[in-house]
Design a protein around this ligand. Structure first.
Ligand code: GTP
Ligand code: MG
Length: 138
């Protein structure tokens, strides 16, 4: 059974959307096996998003991710990585399929409400960044 790292981003926590977003995950058959609400520093957000450090939006992205609380969580299920990305929808909400989290809740390509790991390697690394094994309760 697969696990993926999900983040409910500051634009979504600010609008009290944690429960509605979690309902989308659970309706899709994803189980929330770990979850916590934290406030990242810009430095911690930069370490998390290090793969994007050469991108022009890196500063905007890391400042946004540190601008308010995030909910970091581990989702478990068959094909959880791809399933989560389907439920999230396209990065740009203008391109996101109807019914997806980003279609319903995201405000822009930057303030797009959720993050999800994009590969098994990324999922393992991202889960380990935020959680110890003891915190994962399947
Ligand atoms: P994640 O699950 O968050 O990784 O989304 P993604 O895989 O759909 O997008 P990608 O990895 O390409 O980009 C990572 C994040 O950077 C996005 O989710 C956005 O929050 C942000 N981002 C991407 N493009 C832009 C942009 O043009 N401007 C800004 N401000 N942020 C962007
Ligand atoms: Mg990505």
């Amino acid at each position: 059974i697969e696990r993926t790292l999900s983040i409910i981003k500051p634009d979504a926590t600010a609008r009290n959307l944690t429960g509605k977003i979690n309902a989308k995950f659970e309706e899709a058959g994803l189980r929330i096996v770990a979850q916590k609400r934290i406030l990242l520093t810009v430095g911690q957000a930069g370490t998390f998003y290090a793969v994007h450090k050469e991108r022009p939006f890196f500063g905007e992205l890391t400042e946004f991710m540190a601008s308010g609380p995030v909910v970091v969580q581990v989702l478990e299920g068959e094909g959880a990585i791809m399933k989560n990305r389907e439920v999230m929808g396209a990065t740009n909400p203008a391109d996101a399929a109807p019914g997806t989290i980003r279609a319903e809740f995201a405000q822009s390509v930057g303030e797009n409400s959720v993050h999800g790991s994009d590969s098994p390697e990324a999922a393992a690394e991202e889960i380990a960044y935020f959680f110890s094994g003891l915190e994962l309760v399947g």
